[in-house]
Design a protein around this ligand. Structure first.
Ligand code: GAL
Length: 332
């Protein structure tokens, strides 16, 4: 009798395991749904995962670290097969990742790196190239007959990507600043990537440096929007080159209106579909191929970097509209 019961339990266990391999459950923990892009990432990821037979449980932490750790731990207690995380703070997830490791649940960092923790995969865009694209765009359009005066608005200090964007910008601007061709008249970090924080930085820049500003290197479209609001108050909108990132709808409208010069388009569909494939593969016990590794301070993490595209008014339709990222009708 005891043997039969053990056999039954064993078969149940096996069938449960194979069932979850067939229909994996993915835990998706997001920093926020505040920015337009994260809503798109969520929806595209869920659609792609469902097509692969998976179920997705979504949690959004509203930029609160304690809450995000709690979110991840509740997903672990619900026995998800794999975790996909967009961290608010790259260094605040260590405990949560240790719990996932103990529970035998693999973890994929989506877009932003999780630092100093046992991470299994990192899937993102080439973030250093984003910064290089922003700075190159500006550098090639600055006055040549006098030192150019620029403002730099960096992203959230909690976000490892903000550091990579700045690194890319420094790769291009460094020599220009050293030679005196470029002067940084003001620079600061926009906490939590908030547009209102970027506006305050731009107001402070005009107060400190006056109206003679040639360009603002804003690290994403949200912060670009905040800076342009401040420029509008001083009648400078459209007269100062402003960069961005994410090809938000509002940013694309500003680019066509001429108040923002460029954005960096990151085809989210590519990243979200890739992440769904990798998550489902890992849940099924596979080892998806990657293109490189990145050291997160704990280990060399298998990584895939997706390509980025520089967009301005000349190629906006051939890229963002052609891809169906935005409809022509919405751009007016
Ligand atoms: C970054 C992300 C950017 C931008 C920003 C604000 O990590 O790579 O696309 O959206 O966060 O959410």
């Amino acid at each position: 009798m005891k043997f039969i019961r053990t056999l039954a339990l064993l078969l149940l266990g096996v069938s449960a395991a194979s069932a979850s391999r067939e229909k994996p459950v993915i835990g998706l923990s997001l920093d926020t749904l505040k920015e337009e892009r994260w809503q798109r990432d969520r929806d595209t990821f869920i659609g792609a995962a469902q097509k692969l037979g998976a179920t997705v449980i979504v949690q959004s932490a509203n930029s609160d670290d304690t809450r995000q750790v709690r979110d991840v731990e509740s997903l672990i207690s619900r026995k998800v097969d794999v975790l996909v995380i967009v961290p608010h703070h790259g260094e605040a997830m260590t405990r949560a990742l240790r719990s996932a490791k103990e529970a035998g649940i693999p973890v994929i960092a989506y877009d932003r790196l999780i630092l100093n923790a046992p991470l299994d995969y990192y899937l993102t865009f080439d973030n250093v190239k984003v910064g290089e694209a922003q700075a190159t765009y500006v550098a090639s359009r600055l006055p040549k007959d006098r030192p150019a005066r620029i403002v730099r608005i960096y992203g959230a200090p909690t976000d490892n990507n903000a550091r990579l964007f700045k690194q890319g910008q420094d790769n291009v601007l460094g020599p220009l600043i050293k030679s005196g061709r470029v002067q940084v008249v003001h620079e600061d970090h926009a906490l939590d990537w908030k547009p209102e924080n970027a506006k305050k930085i731009m107001n402070a820049a005009v107060t400190k440096a006056g109206r003679a500003i040639d360009a603002v290197i804003a690290s994403n479209d949200g912060t670009a929007g905040g800076a342009i609001q401040a420029l509008q108050e001083d009648g400078l909108a459209g007269k100062v080159l402003v960069t961005g990132q994410d090809a938000d709808l509002a940013a694309c409208q500003r680019i066509l209106r001429g108040t923002q010069a460029m954005t960096v388009y990151k085809p989210l569909k590519n990243l979200a579909e890739l992440a769904a494939r990798v998550a489902v593969g890992v849940a099924k016990g596979e080892t998806p191929a990657t293109t490189g590794v990145i050291n997160n301070g704990f280990r060399q993490v298998p990584t895939i970097l997706e390509k980025i595209i520089t967009v301005d008014r000349d190629n906006l339709r051939a890229t963002v509209v052609a891809d169906g990222f935005h409809r022509e009708a919405d751009l007016r």
